[in-house]
Design a protein around this ligand. Structure first.
Ligand code: UD1
Ligand code: M6R
Length: 365
């Protein structure tokens, strides 16, 4: 079933042009999206006072990636909840809320308990899941199947990018009645239709990421700084590295750098800064300058052709990625980090598809 690949994670990373295509199949139209699963409930969703995105691990990160443009396109306040934290706090969920539950397996215990809690509180409950017939799909009022195809590697890769795309389509559908954002929606739709091509292009970085992994094989730790649309990319890239390569890694909001993390910086600690072109670019440039001034071991992810202007010295490594519309850039940017985590794991001699202590589906609390 692995075909010519050595591991499922590797196969699933390289499958993403195809899995993204199946996620969008039959749903993308020239002037809008068609999500059969949400149609009848759209009025209720549009009238909700708040949208709460709920998940664990990678699924939470996918929701975080979508949050900025779900807010933008829907004009409804969007808040984030890790399922376990919502349960620990018994946080407020109201009848006027739309609660969106994101889960690849549809069987994660914390997510399902949070769903029961939101149902008891009378919220409109929407599921985003890759598993038809899962408990999540059955118990939610409505939802969107992610249709990424079965994911076997414990580390979620193709489900992450397809969850982002499924929720991007949900954001487009919710915002569909607003004239002021019509041009923006059309450019996102065009961006979605071209995304599999851009993902095919970024996958060509495979050997470059293997070389980067070789240079990081003995590192103790790896920091990843992102912001805006790519805050989620930083969290998800670091999660991949810690979960499969068993290397300490933290994803951080670049805006928080001066409030603590900067103290860690020295010439030995590798730091990836995500600085592809978007509205936060100049702020990321100044982050790069500050890390450089403290002799940080810099690796910069930037838009194609930008490395000479973004890298402050010849010691800074660059990862150049194809540019897409700002809100879809997280789909492209995570892929080099998935490849990096994969190659680091193989080089360090660990089990790629079944990392120690982890299960594909966490069905206990
Ligand atoms: C559906 C069919 C698809 C068919 C298409 C044709 C299924 C599973 N999907 O896809 O095979 O090609 O119509 O128009 O039969 N749902 C939830 N919670 C979730 C996820 C989904 O309640 O977490 C519900 C949806 O609200 C919907 C149903 O499951 O009622 C199917 O969802 P989805 O597969 O996303 O719908 P379509 O894309 O329309
Ligand atoms: O099946 P789910 O999406 O609900 O799983 C949630 C997390 O357990 C999962 O994403 C986990 O973080 C992955 N192993 C990450 O690769």
């Amino acid at each position: 079933k692995k075909g010519h690949y050595d591991h499922f994670m590797q196969k699933e990373i390289h499958e993403q042009p195809h899995s993204l295509t199946t996620t969008m199949r039959g749903r993308l139209k020239d002037h809008g999206v068609l999500l059969g699963g949400l149609k009848e409930h759209m009025k209720t969703i549009r009238h909700s006072r708040r949208i709460v995105l709920i998940g664990c691990g990678t699924s939470y990160n996918a929701a975080l990636a979508v949050r900025p443009f779900l807010e933008e396109l829907s004009s409804i306040p969007v808040t984030m909840e890790l399922a376990s934290d919502l349960l620990d706090r018994q946080g407020p969920i109201y009848r006027e809320d739309t609660a969106v539950f994101v889960s690849q397996s549809g069987e994660t215990a914390d997510t399902l308990l949070a769903l029961d809690y939101a149902l008891e509180n009378g919220a409109m409950c929407v599921g985003i899941t890759n598993t038809v017939g899962s408990t999540l799909a059955r118990k939610t009022h409505c939802g969107v199947h992610v249709n990424a195809g079965c994911e076997i590697g414990v580390a979620s890769t193709k489900a992450y990018t397809s969850q982002i795309v499924a929720m991007a389509m949900m954001a487009l559908a919710i915002g569909d009645d607003r004239i002021s954002t019509k041009a923006r929606r059309e450019s996102i739709i065009y961006g979605l239709s071209d995304l599999p091509n851009k993902v095919r292009e970024v996958l060509k970085l495979d050997s470059e990421m293997k070389a980067l992994a070789e240079s990081l094989i003995d590192a103790q730790s790896l920091l990843v700084f992102g912001r805006g649309y790519n805050y989620a990319t930083a969290l998800e890239g670091a999660l991949k590295v810690k979960e499969v390569a068993l290397m300490h890694s933290e994803g951080m909001l670049a805006g928080e750098m001066k409030h603590g993390p900067l103290a860690l910086v020295d010439e030995t600690l590798p730091i990836i800064v995500i600085a592809t072109h978007d509205a936060c670019f100049s702020k990321q440039q100044s982050v790069i300058q500050q890390l450089h001034a403290r002799k940080g071991r810099l690796i910069v992810m930037c838009s194609k052709g930008a490395s000479s202007s973004v890298c402050p010295s010849e010691f800074c490594r660059a990862i150049e990625v194809p540019q897409v519309i700002d809100c879809l850039q997280p789909v492209v940017n995570i892929i080099p980090l998935q490849l990096l985590a994969y190659h680091l794991t193989v080089l360090r001699g660990f089990d790629v598809d079944q990392p120690r202590n982890l299960a594909k589906s966490v069905t206990t609390q």
